[in-house]
Design a protein around this ligand. Structure first.
Ligand SMILES: Nc1nc2c(ncn2[C@@H]2O[C@H](COP(=O)(O)OP(=O)(O)OP(=O)(O)O)[C@@H](O)[C@H]2O)c(=O)[nH]1
Ligand SMILES: [Mg+2]
Ligand SMILES: [Zn+2]
Length: 380
């Protein structure tokens, strides 16, 4: 079936039409560019530049797609360069790298921001984009290629994309309290599954813990079929294995602040130059050393995105009744539930609860499941 075309009404941003401040020529250029495009093809309702809304034709994204709408705006590909977004600067600018390594400072076309549910998601680290080069290594992004492999979460009433176009997500927790939060891993696992990303679980700071204490958790996830690595960025333990896993892949490193994401990446590739905290902030609420998601090319092949630490991961677009499907070990027991719509909470004759009682499903995973279906993000 051909994708549906739809007319959508989009509101101009309030500041639209205001005079740009001096020194913001690029931003002013974007506005001008948008207005040119409007004149060229997009249908403007009412009073041209003065209207607060306009109607544009967009293709409705396929169900389950990572984007809301793909605007039907002709982009002259011959005039554009294609590149990969390294990171976002401020609200409307980003650094884009092209194949030969040159980095451009790009602005993002207003219409792309208007069209995404959350304007911060218009362009994210990892995106493949087409941009029109301007003088002095500047450019304007006109098109974002369809995304695959995303990691996102719910913030307020919308989704915040953390990164796009990744194959793997290395979920990092530490071997030491209080970072050791299995529930966060379970949320990541669901989010990865939803976003089409393969999760890898990494337990870092193994130099600070007795490895024996880690075996139950590492064993649990390994038994469920998730690849699990134990590392220490301090003494090099497990670093080669981690490097091998991410070779030639597009990977995101994610986890709470202070777990050692940037330190691990610097250990995998010295001179990567990622800023790390000098003090070990083990409270779990430590300051965020990495402020924005940054994409880096690895000498050994592949790319990695270092991300700012997150304290909680609220799942986005996951219905409570879908959650059991993401807990792979639940699957064989669901058929023993008496009620087809059993949520495995207070219901009688529940196959899942019986399996937990019998030790066939871990109590910790069941507790996680309960927290996820009640949308309790456990901010601590
Ligand atoms: N003992 C020990 N300390 C580590 C290890 N890995 C990282 N650290 C220390 O943990 C602290 C935090 O490391 P970062 O790499 O900045 O942590 P991060 O996860 O990037 O944190 P954010 O950027 O804030 O999200 C630093 O003081 C590191 O030296 C490790 O394996 N063992
Ligand atoms: Mg960091
Ligand atoms: Zn049940």
């Amino acid at each position: 079936m051909a994708p549906k075309k739809r007319k959508i009404r989009v509101a101009f941003k309030k500041n639209r039409g205001k005079k740009a401040r001096a020194g913001h020529e690029l931003r002013e250029a974007i506005r001008q560019d948008d207005l040119d495009q409007l004149a060229a093809g997009e249908r403007v309702s009412g009073k041209g530049q003065l209207t607060r809304h306009r109607t544009i034709i967009a293709t409705e994204a396929e169900p389950g797609s990572k984007q809301d709408f793909i605007p039907d705006i002709e982009v002259d590909r011959d005039r554009c360069l294609s590149g990969r977004v390294l990171y976002i600067v401020g609200a409307h600018q980003c650094r884009v790298q092209i194949a030969d390594g040159t980095v451009y400072v790009c602005a993002v076309r207003q219409v792309l921001r208007t069209l995404s549910q959350n304007s911060r998601n218009a362009v994210v680290a990892g995106d493949r984009v087409l941009f029109e080069p301007r003088d002095g290594l500047q450019g304007m992004i006109l098109h974002v290629e369809p995304r695959s492999g995303i990691l996102g979460r719910g913030v307020g009433r919308s989704q915040q994309l953390l990164v796009a176009n990744v194959d793997l997500a290395v979920i990092i927790i530490t071997a030491v309290e209080p970072h050791f939060k299995p529930n966060l891993i379970d949320r990541f696992l669901v989010s990865c599954e939803k976003g089409g990303v393969v999760p890898i679980i990494c337990i870092n700071k193994c130099d600070l813990a007795d490895p024996e204490n880690l075996l139950p958790v590492a064993g649990l996830y390994a038994e469920l079929g998730y690849q699990t690595v134990l590392t220490s960025a301090a003494n090099g333990f497990g670093i080669k294995q981690l490097a091998r896993i991410i070779r030639d892949k597009q990977t995101v490193f994610s986890g709470q602040s202070g777990v050692g994401k940037s330190t691990l990446l610097n250990a995998i590739q010295p001179r990567l130059g990622l800023r790390v905290s000098h003090v070990s902030h083990d409270s779990g609420k430590g300051r965020h050393t990495t402020r924005t998601a940054i994409l880096k090319r690895l000498d050994q092949g592949g790319w990695v995105v270092d991300t700012p630490g997150i304290r909680q991961l609220r799942l986005w677009d996951v219905l409570p009744e879908e959650v059991e499907g993401f807990f792979i070990e639940f699957r064989p027991f669901v058929r023993y539930c008496k009620f087809a719509d059993c949520m495995h909470k207070e219901e009688q004759h529940c196959g899942i609860k019986k399996a937990v009682e019998d030790g066939l499903i871990s109590q910790q995973r069941y507790t996680s499941y309960q927290k996820i279906i009640t949308d309790d993000p456990e901010d601590d």
